[in-house]
Design a binder for this molecule. Structure first.
Ligand SMILES: Cc1cc2nc3c(=O)[nH]c(=O)nc-3n(C[C@H](O)[C@H](O)[C@H](O)COP(=O)(O)OP(=O)(O)OC[C@H]3O[C@@H](n4cnc5c(N)ncnc54)[C@H](O)[C@@H]3O)c2cc1C
Length: 231
């Protein structure tokens, strides 16, 4: 069943990604990492997509973060203003993390950070004792989503690490560069064998990361995936 919800704010996250924050209907309970269907407009012209809930269950609102692709749904989302109504249906999905594993690695690219952001915020707010390493690949510095928040989570909690690697770094970038590969994982995460891997992002990225962890000998039961088609 769809629930009508009111948009409360729009938050540009990068030149190519926008968060839409909305009221959370009473009784709408979700787990970190789940998604929902969003319907914009009504009747024959309505537009519908599934989007991860990038907010955490510990936050009093719902938020989605959408890549600005220039396609009709993205344009309609961009045109929303606070007070507008849209409809949601959900939550759905089994790509969730509520602290079941003591040590995890989050591998992500671009917009694929959304479920992982929800999980990290949740882990921080609930003071879960688990160790989380986020390895996040983006094209340029301007494409990093939730970068400041991830850094502050890392500063506040010695069991969180946030590592960003850029495939097209600018000359002033002093961080990691290049794609996520075996060398990078072995160098930055010495205990990688003991960790459960959560992989999330566009299909090409998830396929590449799946092949990588398989080649590294990580058993299938130690890998969780969420694919965003359409990128
Ligand atoms: C579980 C799940 C969670 C997701 N979470 C997120 C999220 O948090 N954030 C997010 O941004 N996305 C997320 N997605 C993906 C999202 O649902 C959309 O598929 C994606 O955002 C693209 O939507 P769009 O409207 O911008 O593009 P679309 O219009 O759907 O286009 C998608 C692709 O189809 C091509 N295309 C479109 N129309 C045509 C046409 N007429 N002919 C040929 N090719 C065409 C486009 O070039 C593009 O490559 C998620 C998907 C899933 C399954």
């Amino acid at each position: 069943m769809e629930s009508p919800v009111r948009v409360t704010s729009l938050i540009p996250r990068s030149p190519n990604a926008l968060s839409v924050r909305m009221e959370r209907p009473s009784g709408f309970d979700h787990l970190p990492g789940q998604y929902m269907f969003l319907t914009l407009g009504e009747g024959a012209t309505s537009l519908i997509k599934h989007l991860t809930i990038s907010s955490s269950p510990t936050e009093p609102f719902l938020e989605v973060t959408k890549g600005m692709t220039g396609h009709p749904f993205a344009e309609a989302l961009k045109a929303l203003t606070p007070g507008d109504m849209l409809a949601i249906r959900g939550p759905y999905g089994e790509f969730t993390f509520t602290g079941e594993y003591e040590k995890v690695v989050f591998l992500s690219g671009g917009i694929g950070i959304t479920p992982l952001r929800s999980m990290m915020r949740y882990a921080a707010d609930r003071r879960l004792g688990c160790s989380i390493v986020l390895l996040y690949s983006c094209r340029g510095r301007e494409d990093i989503l939730f970068g400041d928040e991830m850094e502050s989570l890392q500063r506040e909690n010695g069991r969180f690490r946030s590592l960003v690697t850029l495939t097209r770094p600018d000359p002033a970038w002093t961080g990691l560069s290049g794609r996520i590969d075996r060398d990078l994982i072995e160098r930055e995460i010495p205990d990688w064998r003991e960790r459960v891997f959560f992989i999330s992002g566009p299909g090409v990225m998830v396929d590449a990361m799946s092949a990588l962890v398989t080649a590294m000998g990580i058993p299938e039961g130690q890998v969780r995936r969420e694919v965003f088609p359409g990128y």
